[in-house]
Design a protein around this ligand. Structure first.
Ligand code: URA
Length: 209
């Protein structure tokens, strides 16, 4: 299934706290990071394991399961994606980071990359794209386009709150991509905000309200 809604009680509790009016920048930032960790736990569930033989504490050879060494790149979409990064990296501290920035072309309204710094050997890596909000899907689709053009073959998106419009657009454009989110909300309002959503996640993370 390409859309995974993570209904773990800790995720849902933290999401509820994030939705409260008047939440402080400190609390919002901490919770975004914490939910980022929990969603990453789910998004990495299918990483391949291999059997290895190691010496155990009492000297015998035992077989253990270890990650196959599948390389991962975390891909925060500027700016709000940075807010999830620490939480995501907590579980995969050796992951390399590819940063993507997009801005809207005011004529076409399409997202256009203004910053792209992808790590090497991206064709051998799983990309975990992180962005708190999936609204229209424009930025996520453009980021996935960019990653695929660079040769990336496996992409997952880790999103705090998604709108149905954004999920549909993303999966229409890229049916092979898996989306992990804490919530599929109701709809986008006339200003492009997710309802009920969280408000402007970037502003709340960076305190630029
Ligand atoms: N970006 C946000 O930060 N919030 C939304 O609701 C939509 C896009």
């Amino acid at each position: 299934m390409a859309l995974h809604i993570i209904d773990h009680p800790l995720v849902q509790h933290k999401l509820a706290l994030l939705r409260e009016q008047g939440i402080s920048t400190k609390s919002f930032r901490e919770l975004v990071s914490e939910v980022g960790t929990l969603l990453t736990y789910e998004a990495t569930k299918s990483l391949p394991l291999e059997t290895q033989t190691i010496k155990s504490w009492e000297g015998s050879d035992i077989q253990v399961s270890k990650l196959q060494g599948k390389k991962i790149t975390v891909v925060p979409i500027l700016r709000a994606g940075l807010g999830m990064m620490d939480g995501v990296m907590e579980l995969i501290p050796a992951a390399k980071v590819s940063v993507v920035g997009l801005q809207r072309n005011e004529q076409t309204l399409e997202p256009v990359p203004y910053f792209e710094k992808l790590v090497g050997k991206i064709d051998e890596r799983l990309s975990l794209v992180i962005d708190p909000m999936l609204a229209t899907g424009g930025s996520l689709i453009a980021t996935i386009d960019m990653l695929k053009e660079a040769g990336c073959k496996q992409i997952k998106a880790v999103i705090l709150v998604a709108a149905p419009e954004g999920v549909e657009a993303t999966l229409n454009a890229h049916p092979d991509v898996e989306i992990y989110t804490a919530s599929l909300d109701s709809h986008l309002n006339e200003h492009g905000y997710i309802v009920p959503g969280l408000g402007d996640a970037g502003d709340k993370i960076f305190g630029t309200l």
